[in-house]
Write a protein that binds this ligand. Structure first.
Ligand SMILES: *Cc1c(COP(=O)(O)O)cnc(C)c1O
Length: 415
């Protein structure tokens, strides 16, 4: 990738940018929330729309010169509506967290109540963690997954809801390998007269491609990230019904943001166009099949998977039984030295700490974009097992690094 203009002005940053692209090319990107966008999306995000102020919405801006900004934003909105079947879409949130913030701001007063999944069970900071604004502005109660099965404890959720009387119930998770039953959570929300926010950040692409059930038309609000499985570049979206459209729009702007990042909105428009093509559905199906192949092979190697497997794009490995001496942090570090990048993650019933938890989370969205198939993922599982079985063995890590290099060469990125 050329960064000639950057290099002329700033060789230090140019070196880092080139280092990053080489890093992505030469390692296996298995962080479940990451992906590789197309060159078209990169190009759109690097466009001159970064210069444009477009506070407001298409046709109703607070600035002149918005003709092309309007065109781009309207395309992003129309395509998202088509992809998700949503009545109303706001494509301006700077990220998934800002999308959630907008929903809370639209329907909650400070001191109101949020019921969400515990972070160590797969929830997200923006669902009420004490270190996040949500944990400080709102009263938060948390439901859990059943630590035996690894599945959401829907009955426990219903009991907690009856007891806590939340104003919003949040579903949608960061480290949950199973299909979410949106209707069951919607029923609970209705039974206690709470709104239901379904945060599909991780699975936006899977929902768009219909390989995961959609909460659109079920939950009151659906938020998503646009840079994860959907590959539309960094950002967020909110979807809702016409009923809540104005409240959401004014909660995004001026409620929580100033001018939209129009270059990112352009990335979303292009990425959504790509996601409407039949190839995207095939991509999403392969992503899930690849995760299943990865999980099955890891199980054969003796690893314990939370919930016993996966329905989506990620696996969550609990190392406590198979590798009691190895923390998630140790595993993450050894794998990275071998060219496999994933992240340490808490597991349900965590007995270590959030900083050095007992699990690792690994996803297939980025590898699938590069062309990896199920056989490749079985090979990757073999490599992961070799490293975690001997995390301090430099010889093993260097052998694995060479095999990783071969896999990368066979599945090139940004040629
Ligand atoms: C990734 C994620 C988000 C959004 O994160 P941003 O980094 O703010 O885009 C929101 N919710 C969940 C459940 C996530 O996994």
């Amino acid at each position: 990738m050329e960064h000639d203009h950057v290099r002329e002005v700033d060789p230090d940053v140019a070196d880092a940018l080139e280092g990053e692209i080489d890093r992505q090319r030469e390692t296996l990107s298995m962080i479940a929330s990451e992906n590789h966008v197309s060159r078209a999306v990169l190009d759109a995000q690097g466009s001159a729309l970064t210069n444009k102020y477009a506070e407001g919405y298409p046709g109703k801006r607070y600035y002149g010169g918005c003709r092309y900004a309007d065109e781009v934003e309207q395309l992003a909105i129309d395509r998202a509506k088509e992809l998700f079947g949503a009545e109303h879409v706001n494509v301006q949130p700077h990220s998934g967290t800002q999308a959630n913030q907008a929903v809370y701001f639209a329907v909650l007063e400070p001191g109101d109540r949020i019921l969400s999944l515990d972070l160590t069970h797969g929830g997200h900071l923006s669902h009420g963690h004490p270190a996040n604004f949500t944990g400080q502005l709102y009263e938060v109660e948390q439901y859990e997954v059943d630590t035996e099965t690894g599945y959401i404890d829907y009955e426990g959720l219903a009991d907690l809801a009856a007891e806590f009387d939340p104003d919003v119930i949040v579903s949608g998770y960061s480290a949950y390998p199973r299909e979410v039953e949106w209707e069951r959570i919607q029923e609970v929300a209705e039974s206690v007269d709470a709104y239901h926010l379904a945060d599909i950040a991780h699975i936006t692409g899977l929902v768009a491609a219909d390989v995961h059930a959609s909460p659109v038309g079920v939950a009151d609000f659906v938020t998503g990230s646009t840079h994860k499985t959907i590959r539309a570049g960094r950002g967020g979206i909110v979807m809702t019904s016409d009923e809540h459209a104005d409240d959401v729009d004014s909660a995004v702007f001026p409620g929580g943001q100033g001018g939209p990042l129009m270059h990112n909105v352009a990335g979303k428009a292009v990425g959504f166009k790509e996601a409407l093509e039949p190839e995207f559905e095939a991509y999403a199906e392969r992503t899930v099949a690849n995760a299943r192949a990865l999980g099955e092979r890891l199980s054969e190697h003796g690893f314990s998977l939370v919930s016993g497997g996966t329905d989506n794009h990620l696996v969550l490995v609990d190392l406590r039984e198979s590798h009691p001496e190895t923390s998630g942090g140790d595993a993450e570090e050894a794998l990275e030295e071998a060219g496999i990048v994933c992240n340490a993650n808490t597991v349900p019933g965590e007995t270590r700490s959030a900083f050095d938890p007992s699990g690792i989370r690994a996803g297939t969205p980025a590898l699938t974009t590069r062309g990896f198939d199920e056989d490749d993922l079985r090979t990757v599982a073999d490599l992961i097992a070799r490293v975690i079985d001997a995390p301090d063995d430099e010889g093993v890590k260097s052998e694995v690094r060479e095999e990783v290099a071969d896999l990368c060469a066979a599945n090139p990125l940004y040629e």
